[in-house]
Write a protein that binds this ligand. Structure first.
Ligand code: 5AD
Ligand code: SF4
Length: 460
């Protein structure tokens, strides 16, 4: 029997069980990157089909799923802390089911630790096993104890219904996994090799989302630039952008992440030429030192990277760039770190996402004997953030007097009567306005620049 037919039968069985109880609630929380959030939306889609309603309060849930991230150790520690603190919920409600899904479950030592030290966990669901969720839940409900599926499936849940977090911003994974093996990174080990979706499926999904009223489409992949390389006769990522750009409707296309080694001029041209593609590029550089870049197996130099920045900035001298930086890669010297500072000053990023290096068991970098102290790493991080804050406040001044098109996200948390949203360039914009604008585009004339956002006046 095909796995999906079998799944339908199990889902029907579960539906019957759930419908006999009243108002059965699930709490699903995703940690980490947007791909994980997207998986969480698919998990919710499966649960909705079974008959669960959703709650934001774990204390009142009958099913809790923690959809985990493994990129850094502190993310894992947080999950263990939360699972530990959920023991009392299980004591109060023995029928409560607690599940762990996502990247942490793809590491054997983690699954072993869960089994040994966290008996309150009933279900472990691997990163490619969302289709197995109904079977695992049924096993659990039928009292078969701990149920786990951490196998990798060839299919990646094409066509699964999603319960989306937003009614106007949608994530669309275009590929899964990564082939790059940056030496610090766990992703290729927990998400497997690159698997691209068919472009026809992606285009169909985006058309549907636009016709359902979604205003922002975020294309996701660990390295979208190698989209299609694993499929015969598939189009390239820049070609995919051009096809999506042809879909009619008022919406914006964003994408994440882009490996600099694969950011070709074909890609940079497509970003500039497609009017629906945001004029912003997130291009993770990780370090400004060629020695560290080589130790990271990034396969580009600071000079190669800067050439790409220059190419984009020849189109627009203010083209908006953001990046990821790792501080304190094993044996990063003061000189290496100064080179990172030099690079961020040259590029003048609008924003950076910086992380202190976290040792990940199983990766190449974890084998290096690191001589740099934690204090030194923290001090570098502090300096990096301070310098970036200065760069951001200086570079945001370029927007004063300009009108930015903003997709309105919601009400400002600090200022009553104010709204916030993201401009095409991925800048946070704050302005006075009515909440009826949420989920719509607004034109805002910028009057002020801060070091985290710009502020302005709504144009009628
Ligand atoms: N330690 C710290 N940061 C990491 N990242 C990936 N792996 C690690 C690690 N082991 C960061 C990189 C990547 C971002 C998503 O997370 O900067 O671009
Ligand atoms: Fe990790 Fe490098 Fe792949 Fe990004 S490109 S997911 S940093 S291995």
């Amino acid at each position: 029997m095909r796995i999906l037919d079998k799944n339908e039968r199990i889902i029907n069985e579960l539906k019957k069980i759930i419908s006999e109880k009243s108002n059965v609630k699930a709490y699903v929380h995703s940690f980490g990157c947007q791909l994980n959030v997207s998986d969480g939306e698919k998990i919710k889609g499966v649960l909705k089909k079974i008959g669960y309603s959703f709650t934001e309060n774990a204390n009142e849930a009958d099913l809790i799923i923690l959809n985990t991230c493994a990129v850094r150790e502190n993310a894992e520690d947080r999950v263990f802390g939360i699972v530990g603190s959920m023991k009392h919920l299980k004591d109060e409600n023995p029928n409560l089911i607690i599940g762990i899904s996502g990247c942490m479950t793809a590491q054997n030592h983690i699954v072993e630790r869960i089994k040994k030290s966290y008996p309150q966990v009933d279900v472990v669901l691997g990163t490619s096993a969302i289709n197995s969720l109904p079977r695992l839940l049924l096993d659990c409900i039928n009292g078969r104890g701990f149920a786990a599926d951490t196998e990798e499936y060839a299919d990646f849940s094409e066509g699964l219904e999603q319960v989306r977090e937003s009614s106007f911003k949608a994530s669309v994974p275009i590929m899964f996994g990564c082939n790059n093996f940056c030496t610090y990174c766990i992703v290729p080990y927990v998400r497997g090799r690159e698997r691209s979706r068919k472009s026809d499926d992606i285009i169909r999904e985006v058309k549907q989302l636009v016709s359902d009223g979604y205003k922002e489409i975020m294309l996701l992949g660990q390295n979208v630039n190698s989209y299609g390389n694993d499929l015969d006769d598939e189009i390239s990522f820049p070609q995919l952008l051009r096809k999506l750009n042809e879909i009619s409707g008022e919406f914006i296309i964003r994408f994440m992440s882009s490996h600099p080694k694969d950011a070709t001029t074909e890609l940079l041209d497509a970003i500039w030429e497609c009017e629906k593609v945001a004029k912003h590029l997130h291009l993770p550089v990780q370090s400004g030192s060629n020695q560290i870049l080589s130790a990271m197996n990034r396969r580009y130099t600071a000079e190669n990277y800067l050439e790409k920045v220059e190419y984009l900035r020849a189109y627009d001298k203010d083209f908006s760039l953001t990046t990821d930086i790792i501080v304190g890669f094993p044996n990063e010297s003061d000189d290496d770190f100064e080179k990172t500072l030099e690079l961020i000053r040259k590029v003048k990023y609008d924003n950076i996402y910086s992380f202190i290096y976290s040792k990940r068991t199983g990766t190449k970098a974890a084998e290096i004997d690191d001589k740099i102290s934690d204090e030194k790493k923290s001090e570098r991080m502090r300096r990096l953030l301070e310098i970036q804050r200065e760069i951001t406040s200086e570079s945001y001044k370029r927007f004063i007097g300009k009108t930015l098109r903003v997709l309105v996200d919601g009400e400002s948390r600090k200022k009553p009567g104010f709204l916030t949203g993201k401009s095409n360039e991925f800048i946070i914009v704050e302005f006075e306005g009515d909440s009826s604008l949420i989920g719509r585009f607004a034109d805002v004339k910028i009057t002020d620049a801060m070091n985290w956002a710009v502020a302005g006046k709504l144009l009628k």
